[in-house]
Design a protein around this ligand. Structure first.
Ligand SMILES: [Zn+2]
Ligand SMILES: [Zn+2]
Length: 747
C-alpha cells in the first residue's frame, strides 16, 4: 500500500502538468511508452474494484449472509431485452467448460429489434445463426450480417462479463482454474484486438465506442482481480497492457467526452488507467470527470438528456471510475466541481423525480420499464450513509431483491426500516420538468422544457401516478432500430395538445411562468410559442389535494385544429352522447372506436382493480370527441385514449383528473372559472382566475376553498392577496407566492 498523502500530492501534480492539453496530445501522438507510477506499482492487488481486505470480507459474507451468497451463487435472472443476468459463481463455472473463441468485430445492439418494437430472440449460445432470429413478440424472422453482428456484440459483452466473473470467482473461491480462464480470455483478446477506435463508430472490436467502453471496463477489472494469482506471465501482462488495454483506452480518449458517451469513454479510460497503473490515463479521466460534472451535469442535479435512462447511464459509468479511484486514494464521491454538482446530487435529484413506487417516468428517449436503480444506490448508501439512500436500497430490495456488482461487493445487511424521505414538488429547470406531488401519493409530471439530446416532441406532456398506480404514462422508446419509433418520438403519443394534426417543432423555450403553492394547493404554468409557430399555448396545472386540473389555452392568428390528447392505463368507460363527429381523427397507429360531436362536458374513467382515474373534460365550445386505442410501450399492447378536437382561432380545455375508488360518490362541475370537486361531504372549490362571486371571491391567480359539510375548513391562494367565502374573509393581506390557512369553525 502506498501512503495516501503522497499519492494525493502526486496525483495533483500529474493533474496540473497535464492541464496543457496540447502537450498531452503531443505526448499521445508521439506514442511515448508510459511507465507505471512507481508509488502505485508498490501497491498490492487487487486494487480497482476490490482490495485484498475487502476480498477477505466478501469471502466471509458469502459464507454467512444468505442473500449475499445468492448474489454470488444463486440462480440467474433473465430478461428478454438484456438476455440474462448471470450470477458470478455460475457464470464463472460455465466459462470453465468453454473454449474461448474471440468473435469478429461486433455490431449494434439496437439493430436487434423487430419493426414492431420488440427485441429479437438471442441465440442461447450467442453464435450467429444462418436461420435468423425471430421477434420475441410477433415471430417475424430477421437474418443477415446486420443481426449476426448484433449477436457478436453480445458475445463480446458476455466474454468481458465472464472475465470479470471469473476474476471475482478467483477472489471468492481461491481456485486457480478461475484465474487461468480469465487469463485465457484476456490473452486471446490481446492477440485478437484489431486496434483502437479512431472515431465513435470506426475501429475497435465493437461498432460503437460506447459499447467498447462498456466492454473494456470489466476486462480491465478482471485483469486487476487476477494479477495476484500468478495466472499471467510477465509476457502475458505486457501483451495485455500494450496490445489490448492501453491502445483501447487511447482510442477512447480520441473519441471525446461529449454527453453520456463521453461519460463512458472517460470512465473506461480511468478504470483501465488504474488497472494498468498508467498515470496519464488516470489524470485524463479525472480531469474529464471534473469537466463533465462542471459543464454537462445540469444545475438541478439531473443529466440533461432524458432522466430515466440517460441520467443513470452516465452515473453507472462514473461509479466504475469512482470505485477505481477510491481504491487508489482519490475521492470522487464528495467532489463538487461546482456547488451541488457532483455524484451525490446525481443520486439525490432522481428521488424527487421518481414516482412514489420508484418507477421512473419514461419522459424522452429511454426504456419504459425502468425503476430507480437499487444496485447503484448500494454504493450511495455505502459511501454517504444518507438514510434516504438506504430507503431506496430497501424499497428496491423488497420489489426486486438485492442485485448487481455493488450489492455483492459492498452491500450491507439492512433492516428494511429506513423512513421514506420527505419528497416535495420540484422544478427541474435544466430539463424543464415540474413534478407536482399531492399529500396522498399522487404525482404528476409536466414537461415544459426545451428539446434536448434524446428529447421527444412532447412539449406540455403530462404523466400521472396515483393510488400506487400509473394512470397516464409516457412510454419512452422501444429499440432505436424499430420502425414504430416515430410514433414514440412524435407528439401524438403524448398527453398534450396537437395542432393541425402535425408534430410539434423542436423548441428551445423554458417558459415556466409560475410554479408556486403549498401542501393543499399549488400550480405550475408554462407557455410555448415555438412548438407550433404562430400558436400561443399556455398550459396551467393546478393541484388541489390529490386532484389535478389541467387548463389549456390556445390562440392563433388563423383558424387551427386543436386536438387535446390523453391516454390512460386500464379499462376505459365513457359517458358521452351526441351526433357523429364532424371531422375524422387520422393518426398512424391510432384506431378510432367511437367519434361524437359534443357540446357539453365529457366524463371518462379508466379502471385498474378497485381504483379508477376519472376525467371530466370541459371544452369552451362544441367539440369532436374521439375514443380510440393506441400503442402502449409497444404496438403489441394498446391503451385507450381520448382526443377532443376544437377548431378556430382560439380554444380552451379544462380537464379535471380525479383518482377515486370504483363507485365512489364523486361529482365534478365547472361554472366559468370555478371548478367544484365534491366527495360526499367534502367539497373543493377551485378558482382558475380572479372571481367576484359571493362564494368564493378572490383576486388570486388560483385559489382553493375546502368545504366540509358546506363550511370552509381550509383556504389557499397562489399569487393573490384575498380570498372570501360569502361574507367571511379567509385570507387577507398582500401575499407573494402563495398562502394557505386552516379555517376555524364559525362560532
Ligand atoms: Zn415483432
Ligand atoms: Zn415520450
Amino acid at each position: 500500500m502506498w501512503r495516501r498523502g503522497r499519492r494525493n500530492a502526486r496525483g495533483e501534480e500529474i493533474f496540473w502538468r497535464n492541464c496543457d492539453v496540447l502537450e498531452f496530445w503531443a505526448f499521445l501522438v508521439a506514442g511515448v511508452a508510459m511507465t507505471g507510477d512507481p508509488q502505485m506499482a508498490a501497491g498490492g492487488r487487487p486494487s480497482v474494484f476490490l482490495d485484498s481486505a475487502e476480498a477477505a470480507r466478501l469471502r466471509k459474507e458469502i459464507r454467512i449472509l444468505p442473500w449475499k451468497r445468492d448474489l454470488y451463487e444463486g440462480t440467474e435472472t433473465t430478461s428478454p431485452v438484456w438476455r440474462r443476468v448471470a450470477k458470478p459463481g455460475p457464470d464463472a463455472r460455465r466459462w470453465l467448460e468453454k473454449d474461448i473463441v474471440i468473435p469478429a468485430r461486433g455490431g449494434h445492439f439496437h439493430h436487434f429489434f423487430c419493426e414492431c418494437g420488440n427485441v429479437l430472440t438471442w441465440p442461447k449460445d450467442l453464435q450467429p445463426s444462418p436461420e435468423g432470429y425471430a421477434c420475441t413478440a410477433c415471430g417475424r424472422v430477421y437474418k443477415g450480417e446486420r443481426y449476426d453482428a448484433a449477436v457478436r456484440r453480445e458475445m463480446h459483452m458476455a466474454l468481458a462479463q465472464g472475465a470479470l466473473n471469473l476474476g471475482l470467482a478467483w477472489q471468492v473461491e481461491q481456485d486457480e482454474r478461475f484465474a487461468r480462464k480469465a487469463a485465457e480470455i484476456l490473452r486471446k483478446y490481446a492477440a485478437a484486438y484489431p486496434g483502437p477506435h479512431t472515431g465513435i463508430v470506426e475501429g475497435g472490436i465493437i461498432y460503437q465506442s460506447l459499447c467498447e467502453s462498456m466492454w473494456v471496463i470489466p476486462l480491465a477489472a478482471a485483469y486487476d482481480l487476477i494479477l495476484d494469482s500468478g495466472a499471467l506471465t510477465e509476457k502475458d501482462r505486457a501483451d495485455i497492457e500494450q496490445n489490448l488495454l492501453r491502445p483501447c483506452a487511447k482510442g477512447l480518449v480520441a473519441c471525446g467526452t461529449d454527453g453520456n458517451w463521453g461519460s463512458w469513454h472517460l470512465s473506461a479510460v480511468g478504470v483501465v488507467g488504474y488497472a494498468i497503473r498508467d498515470p496519464e490515463l488516470i489524470s485524463y479521466a479525472l480531469r474529464s470527470f471534473r469537466d463533465q460534472m462542471a459543464d454537462q451535469l445540469g444545475d438541478d442535479g439531473l443529466w440533461p438528456e432524458s432522466v430515466h435512462t440517460y441520467h443513470f447511464f452516465p452515473l453507472q459509468a462514473f461509479l466504475y471510475l469512482a470505485e477505481a479511484a477510491r481504491h487508489n486514494g482519490e475521492d470522487l464521491y464528495y467532489l463538487e466541481e461546482r456547488p451541488g454538482k457532483g455524484l451525490r446530487a446525481m443520486f439525490r435529484a432522481p428521488l424527487e423525480y421518481a414516482y412514489p413506487d420508484l418507477r421512473l417516468p419514461a419522459i424522452n428517449d429511454g426504456w419504459w420499464e425502468t425503476w430507480l436503480p437499487g444496485q447503484f444506490y448500494e454504493l450511495a448508501w455505502a459511501r454517504y450513509r444518507d438514510q434516504a439512500f438506504r430507503w431506496v436500497v430497501e424499497q428496491r430490495a423488497k420489489a426486486a431483491g438485492r442485485i448487481g456488482l455493488w450489492a455483492l461487493l459492498f452491500g450491507e445487511d439492512l433492516p428494511g426500516d429506513a423512513p421514506a424521505p420527505p419528497l416535495r414538488s420540484r422544478n427541474f429547470p435544466v430539463l424543464g420538468i415540474v413534478v407536482l406531488r399531492g399529500p396522498g401519493d399522487s404525482m404528476l409530471t409536466f414537461d415544459y422544457g426545451p428539446f434536448l439530446g434524446h428529447g421527444q416532441l412532447d412539449k406540455m406532456g403530462v404523466t400521472l401516478h396515483a393510488r400506487g398506480k400509473l394512470w397516464a404514462a409516457d412510454y419512452g422508446t422501444p429499440g432505436y432500430g424499430s420502425s414504430i419509433l416515430p410514433w414514440y418520438t412524435g407528439t401524438a403519443s403524448h398527453n398534450t395538445v396537437m395542432v393541425d394534426g402535425s408534430n410539434q417543432e423542436r423548441t428551445t423555450e423554458r417558459r415556466l411562468t409560475l410554479f408556486a403553492g403549498g401542501p393543499h394547493l399549488e400550480a405550475a404554468v408554462a407557455e410555448t410559442e415555438e412548438a407550433y409557430p404562430g400558436v400561443l399555448h399556455r398550459r396551467s396545472i393546478v393541484r388541489a389535494g390529490d386532484d389535478f386540473i389541467i387548463v389549456d389555452e390556445l390562440q392563433s392568428g388563423k383558424p387551427r385544429t386543436f386536438d387535446w390528447l390523453f391516454r390512460g392505463e386500464g379499462a376505459m368507460s365513457a359517458v358521452a352522447s351526441g351526433p357523429p363527429a364532424e371531422s375524422e381523427l387520422v393518426l398512424e397507429h391510432v384506431a378510432v372506436r367511437k367519434s361524437l360531436r359534443i357540446s357539453g362536458p365529457v366524463s371518462l374513467s379508466w379502471r385498474q382493480g378497485e381504483d379508477e382515474l376519472r376525467l371530466n373534460l370541459f371544452c369552451d365550445d362544441a367539440a369532436d370527441v374521439f375514443l380510440a386505442r393506441c400503442p402502449a410501450e409497444t404496438a403489441a399492447r394498446r391503451v385507450e385514449m381520448i382526443a377532443a378536437r376544437r377548431t378556430g382561432m382560439r380554444a380552451r380545455f379544462v380537464a379535471v383528473l380525479t383518482p377515486a375508488s370504483v363507485g365512489e360518490d364523486l361529482r365534478v362541475s365547472i361554472d366559468g372559472d370555478v371548478v367544484r370537486i365534491r366527495r360526499r361531504d367534502v367539497e373543493d372549490v377551485v378558482t382558475l382566475g380572479p372571481v367576484l362571486s359571493s362564494e368564493p371571491a378572490t383576486d388570486a391567480r388560483f385559489s382553493l376553498v375546502r368545504l366540509v359539510s358546506g363550511r370552509p375548513s381550509l383556504g389557499a391562494v397562489v399569487q393573490g392577496s384575498a380570498l372570501r367565502w360569502r361574507d367571511r374573509v379567509l385570507i387577507e393581506g398582500p401575499v407573494r407566492g402563495w398562502a394557505q390557512k386552516t379555517i376555524a369553525p364559525e362560532p
